[in-house]
Design a binder for this molecule. Structure first.
Ligand SMILES: [Zn+2]
Length: 166
């Protein structure tokens, strides 16, 4: 089990660098991330969320789809957007609607360095965009307007304080 970084940790705000080694260390880390994600009951986890400032993330959907995206690039986005209530394992306990393109095209490499292109819609498109943002130090709250963002951060801090005093 890996520790999940929470709001306020520097690594969550960094622009991550490309993965250069597709080696055992990467495979072991990815496996540990899947286990951590399962334990946390999430659908996606980006490397900086476990303290690694590298450009990759994993997705694990309720339908059983599991996929790693290494050195990803979003190369296409639909004009059509939709709102969807997002949360983040780095800001546990708070959720807010975020408007994003409903479909994306992403190019990335798998854990062995083999490139692939995926056209994604629905939940997969949503999770990809959320996790991709993490690689540039962007959190879902940054996609809200200032007032909404402050509200979510205050709610998060309130919850966090309560937790510490319990
Ligand atoms: Zn997140």
């Amino acid at each position: 089990m890996l520790d999940i970084m929470k709001l306020g940790e520097e690594v969550l705000r960094e622009k991550c660098s490309d993965v250069t080694q597709f080696d055992d260390a990467l495979h072991i880390l990815i496996q540990a991330m899947y286990e951590t994600l399962e334990e946390a009951d999430g659908v996606g986890l980006a490397a900086p969320q476990v303290g690694v400032d590298k450009r990759f993330f994993i997705v694990s959907l309720p339908d059983g789809t599991k996929k790693e995206f290494i050195n990803p690039k979003i190369t296409g986005m639909s004009v059509e957007t939709n709102p969807y209530e997002e949360g983040c394992l780095s800001l546990p306990g708070v959720y807010h609607d975020v408007v994003r393109p409903s479909k994306v095209i992403i190019e990335a490499k798998d854990a062995n360095g083999v490139p692939f292109t995926l056209k994604a819609s629905g939940l997969m498109a949503r999770v990809i965009q959320h996790e991709y943002d993490h690689l540039d130090g962007v959190l879902f709250i940054d996609r809200l307007d200032e007032e909404e963002k402050n509200k979510v951060v205050r709610a998060y801090e309130k919850k966090n304080r309560k937790k510490r005093h319990r």
